[in-house]
Write a protein that binds this ligand. Structure first.
Ligand code: OXD
Ligand code: MN
Length: 597
């Protein structure tokens, strides 16, 4: 082990005072025996191996069920560098607060040392880290979500990411542990120090708060590193598409939550002869390949997917993936030792144990599974995994898809005029606030630039400028084309587009555009397909329905432009001139249509 890592581990052990330190070597034997230990300690339930082999259920504390954005901090020396979209505390102040919390916080517990690689081990795209945690739940999840163990150690050098995690619940001598220890909300801190390559997480054991390779490292810290080093760390799926002639292309896509990102990443195309394979469902790291194209890797090795809504109808590949070797959190338990969640099957079983361990029947008022309940499975268990998903050089990207959930205004698909205009589209991404989030603003549009709002580890103005600069580094013919998708446009309360596997028809048009086919008309907002340009064979889409999916309503766009204008206020004086120009030009194009009418 690198001497810097050894010294750091010793320092943290001195500060947090665990009873034991366990070095994680990354073997299946350790994984199996740690799960066995957790079952004995009442922290995990082994599912019926005949129904769900090698799978376990965990129940969190009811107060610790999701990422805590209001307790998430980007700490830099100067507030300017965290920008207006992050909670900021000055570095030495936050370090002092955290050090105080960490004092003795692992007493009575074991500290696990997990070396891990984000990205294939040894790839020039990859980065390594060490997570020190007192949560065995985190250890087994990191084992699936990242590449962990001894084989990472040779790559640990002075640049490794230092990630500390504690559930924030020390045990006094003789004190009995609870199944899911955690700290109260006001003591939770998900702290990032991008200038120190350090993550300090305290008080939560759940998901992105605790599995520090994911949002904390692969997005927040990595986005800041990527800016310094000239690449991009993005909240994107990676999809491989093969057309009936065997031609292969890759696309990435960024969508805010509840917009069908996982379903698109795992799409089964309805179009005959087309094949879709998955490389990633959540995060992509993008940098220039030796061939001059933008290449992507998925830094993760597993899926941490939302369970409710996943079914053989909505996502058969996800259902196959979770059929074994899966860790479930906060889903319901069936009487025969299997799992269930809302909409998994058309009707619910007559009796379940809900996510809080209580009896549940279809007459119960509350949901059986928590809306943010999750499955954690290895990517390689997906039946549609691309065989080259671990290629250390990544895959060349032909197109980047942006999108959101908008019942009106935004057409089914449009293509940006060029890369700069595409960055503008990323910067104005927005989605209707749905019932999936507790909010008083249902139905309003929430802007979520690049689906990165909670994940940009630095100033948002620097982030969009970085995207614009990246565009200038590539030869025009190597730049991915940028598209904007809205599967969710409605008329009289009904979706205009059938979605799911039929989305392959839109992917086909996108790939044709990438091959340089015309097949489009120019509109005020970008290029859009005409009816004859889309493969709609076998679908009954009337002329009117098609027109409604692509209509640009001047009044809706007047409001849209005003709402973008309002969103751009967060940049203050730092909005890049190029984005201001794009907005002005958009407005001018609508004004011109008006004049010609
Ligand atoms: C996730 C998220 O869990 O984006 O992937 O919140
Ligand atoms: Mn995500």
């Amino acid at each position: 082990m690198h001497s810097m890592a050894t010294a750091w581990i010793e320092d943290i052990a001195k500060l947090t005072r665990p009873d034991r330190i366990v070095y994680w070597h990354g073997t299946t034997e350790e994984y199996d025996s740690l799960l066995e230990e957790m079952v004995h300690a009442g922290k995990a339930i082994r599912l019926n191996p005949k129904k769900r082999p090698n799978s376990y259920l965990f129940r969190s504390d009811p107060s610790d069920v999701a990422r805590v954005e209001n307790r998430t901090f980007i700490s830099t020396k100067n507030q300017r560098d965290a920008g207006p979209t992050n909670n900021w505390v000055e570095t030495s102040e936050l370090m002092a607060t955290m050090s105080k919390l960490y004092e003795g916080c692992m007493q009575g517990r074991t500290m696990y040392m997990i070396p891990f690689s984000m990205g294939p081990i040894g790839s020039r795209f990859s980065k390594v880290g060490i997570e020190l945690t007192d949560s065995p739940y985190v250890v087994v999840h990191m084992h699936i979500m990242t590449r962990t163990g001894d084989h990472v150690l040779p790559y640990v050098d002075e640049h490794f990411i230092k990630a500390i995690h504690s559930v924030g619940a020390p045990l006094k001598p003789g004190q009995k542990d609870v199944p899911w220890p955690c700290a109260p909300i006001e003591e939770k801190y998900i702290s990032h120090f991008p200038e120190e390559n350090t993550i300090w997480s305290y008080g939560s054991g759940y998901g992105g708060n605790a599995l520090l390779g994911k949002k904390c490292f692969a997005l927040r810290i990595a986005s800041a590193l990527a800016r310094k080093e000239g690449w991009l760390a993005e909240h994107m799926l990676i999809l491989k598409l093969t057309d009936p002639d065997g031609e292969v292309r890759y696309v990435t896509g960024a969508f805010p939550s509840a917009c069908g990102k996982t379903n698109l990443a795992m799409i089964r195309p309805s179009l005959p002869g087309w094949k879709a394979e998955i490389l990633g469902d959540d995060i992509a790291w993008l940098r220039m390949g030796d061939d001059g194209w933008m290449h992507a890797i998925n830094p993760e090795a597993g899926f941490f997917g939302v369970a409710p809504g996943t079914s053989y109808r909505s996502n058969p590949n996800a259902m196959a993936t979770v059929s074994k070797d899966t860790l479930f959190t906060n889903v319901a338990l069936t009487d025969d030792g299997d799992v269930w969640w809302e909409d998994m099957t058309p009707t619910a079983p007559d009796h379940l144990i809900d996510w809080q361990g209580r009896d549940w029947t279809p007459l119960s008022k509350e949901k059986a599974a928590h809306p943010n309940s999750r499955f954690t499975s290895p990517i390689k268990n997906n039946p549609a995994v691309a065989p080259n998903f671990e290629d250390p050089d990544g895959v060349p990207i032909s197109a980047i898809l942006f999108g959101g959930r908008r019942p009106n205004t935004i057409p089914l698909i449009h293509e940006s005029f060029n890369f700069q205009h595409g960055v503008f589209l990323g910067s104005i991404m927005g989605s209707e606030i749905t019932k999936a989030v507790i909010s008083k603003d249902y139905g309003k549009v929430r802007r979520d630039p690049f689906a990165m709002l909670p994940f940009i580890g630095y100033h948002i103005a620097d982030y969009v400028s970085h995207w614009l600069e990246i565009g200038e580094k590539y030869k025009h013919e190597h730049l991915p084309r940028i598209f904007y998708i809205n599967w969710f446009r409605k008329k009289d309360g009904k979706y205009l587009w059938p979605g799911f596997s039929e989305n392959s028809r839109i992917l086909k048009w996108i790939l044709k555009r990438c091959e340089g086919e015309k097949g489009a008309r120019k509109s005020a907002i970008g290029y859009m397909p005409r009816k004859q340009d889309l493969d709609l064979k076998g679908l009954s889409i009337s002329e009117t329905q098609f027109d409604e999916m692509f209509a640009l309503n001047p009044e809706e766009w007047r409001q849209e432009i005003a709402s973008i204008e309002e969103h751009y206020q967060i940049y203050g004086d730092l909005l890049p001139k190029k984005l201001r120009e794009e907005l002005d030009q958009l407005e001018a194009r609508f004004a011109a249509i008006h004049l010609t009418k």
